[in-house]
Design a protein around this ligand. Structure first.
Ligand code: NAD
Length: 502
């Protein structure tokens, strides 16, 4: 068991997990894993070959018949055991996240807690898999529907939620009776390996959950594998589109969640302090590396000046530092290259005003960039159009509610959005007409609770099912409808007509 005690001082190999045990990759290819707070390389993760992907899929395929035959009562019991173990080990999981992703430990604990909620939802799997029944649909004929697993399913996940996003996938997939192959982000893979160890300890049979690490070679091998029935993907929009198109072209069911540019609208009647607190929390939490982060503040009318001033006042007190230091509120970015790319947006747009420049507070060898605030950002500017995915908050000034909503609706992304107001009628109208999958009313990061489903609209989701919750159960199952009768053989006769319900 690879419990984390302190940050490792040597480069550790990070293997795959196939057939219930670690599997050292044979490709000779690997990728570096860093501690973003120090800039040190701490791990080298194996990159899988096409043959290794096949090995993992075959292991999942072998485990499938027994797993899908396990009674619902036993599957639910096992999920309670998984829940207990993950809950007991939540701090260990969180440490893996902080050491490889960089997010502060309290935020990492929040990630694990939200993932645990999905596991808790899955403890009710007997209820969730209930079908429907119509007695006497025709004379002496009953009709009922049942939900069955798809088979071997795969998940491909991003760097920014290394534990929670995999939980969104493997928990409902396994609960529904599928077996699973996970390809986590190569940037912070240890949480997935640890997940495999914990699932094994909880009693999940070998082969039911496998982890393969790697890059495009591994992803393509999954997308093209004939024995993989479905693929869940979360990541950036260009890759989500590619994954969706390739998976569906290969006959697979696919849900592919993409990137975002989340607008938070602040109306003139909003409480300025509350809106400023919310904007700072939602823009700079996890260094802005959340698909539900607020990256654009749309200030309506005369709210702009006091709001920008209130945010500017708050930024210096956000403590930026190593996520393992309990006083830190914001950690580093994932890699040096990503930090530099995010920093390149600062001052790049002519006409925009850099109010707070986070580069001024960068220090040490870690991949740090402090909170940055850019005002007067307009459509067409780079800071407006791109998903920056860092601690950069842009402010766009508009004169009316209608203009603000039009900006959200015209944006190619449609993940999350929020409105801050004291006017219930305006909020109700916003909920009614805004084109985004997840809407917050005085809530800046409206990630749905586990018994609803998570997903955006437009370029933020390819596919027609959102992830986890009821739509997650729907995604990982297919329905079968049974028509049944028990007639008296004495009444049997040949009838070549099409069956009619009378
Ligand atoms: P990414 O798209 O670079 O990587 C996601 C996964 O795809 C990784 O496992 C990676 O190995 C793989 N991948 C990368 N390039 C590939 C290629 N060319 N071919 C095949 N596979 C490839 O995303 P990321 O940088 O890890 O994560 C950040 C992105 O994820 C952001 O855009 C963010 O908005 C998005 N995200 C979206 C949600 C959501 O729910 N909509 C949630 C979290 C993150």
């Amino acid at each position: 068991m690879t419990d984390v005690v302190d940050a490792p001082t040597t480069v550790k190999p990070i293997n795959h997990w196939i057939s219930g045990r670690p599997y050292a990759g044979q490709s000779g290819r690997s990728g570096p894993v860093f501690n973003p707070a120090t800039g040190e390389q701490t791990g080298a993760v194996d990159f899988a070959t096409v043959e290794e992907i096949d090995k993992a899929v075959q292991s999942a395929k072998q485990a499938l018949p027994a797993w899908r035959a396990l009674s619902l009562a036993k599957r639910a019991e096992l999920f309670f055991a998984i829940r207990e173990l993950f809950h007991a080990k939540r701090e260990e999981i969180a440490k893996h996240l902080t050491l490889e992703h960089g997010k502060v430990l309290s935020d990492a604990m929040g990630e694990v807690t939200r993932g645990l909620e999905v596991i808790e939802f899955c403890c009710g799997i007997p209820h969730l898999l209930k079908g429907g029944m119509s007695e006497q649909a025709s004379t002496g004929v009953d009709v009922y529907s049942i939900r069955q697993p798809l088979g071997v399913v795969a998940g491909i996940t991003p760097f920014n939620f290394p534990a929670m996003v995999p939980m969104w996938m493997w928990a409902p997939a396994l609960a529904c009776g599928n077996t699973f192959v996970l390809k986590p982000s190569e940037k912070d893979p240890s949480a997935s390996f640890y997940t495999a160890e914990l699932l094994e300890e909880a009693g999940v049979p070998a082969g039911v959950f496998n982890v393969v690490n790697g890059d495009k070679v591994a992803v393509d091998a999954i997308l093209e594998h004939p024995d993989v029935a479905a693929v869940s993907f979360v990541g950036s929009t260009p890759i989500a589109k590619y994954v969706y198109e390739t998976a569906t072209a290969n006959g697979k069911r696919c849900q592919a969640l993409g990137g975002a540019k989340n607008h938070m609208i602040v109306l003139p009647d909003a409480d300025i302090d509350m809106a400023a607190d919310a904007a700072v929390s939602a823009a700079y939490g996890s260094a802005g590396e959340r698909c539900m982060a607020v990256s654009l503040l749309v200030a309506v009318g005369d709210v702009a000046d006091p709001l920008v001033e209130a945010i500017k006042q708050r930024i210096p007190s956000v403590k930026v530092g190593d996520g393992m230091d309990s006083s830190s509120e914001m950690g580093p970015l994932i890699t040096r290259e990503h930090r530099d790319k995010v920093a390149s947006y600062i001052g790049a747009d002519e006409g925009a005003t850099v109010v707070v420049d986070g580069r001024d507070r960068a220090n040490g060898d870690g991949f740090f960039l402090a909170p940055t605030l850019i005002d007067d950002v307009k459509p067409g500017m780079k800071a407006y159009e791109d998903e920056i995915f860092g601690p950069v908050l842009s402010v766009t000034r508009v004169s009316s509610y209608d203009e603000a909503v039009r900006l959200v609706n015209e944006n190619p992304y449609g993940n999350g959005t929020a409105i801050f107001t004291r006017d219930g009628g305006a909020a109700r109208q916003f909920q009614f007409e805004v084109q985004a999958g997840m809407v917050g009313i005085n809530v800046p990061i409206p990630v749905p609770v586990a018994y609803y489903s998570f997903g955006g609209w437009k370029a933020s989701l390819f596919g027609d099912r959102h992830i986890y919750g009821p739509e997650g159960i729907d995604f990982y199952t297919r329905s079968k409808v049974v028509t049944s009768r028990w007639p008296d053989p004495a009444t049997s006769q040949i009838d070549l007509g099409f069956p009619q319900t009378r």
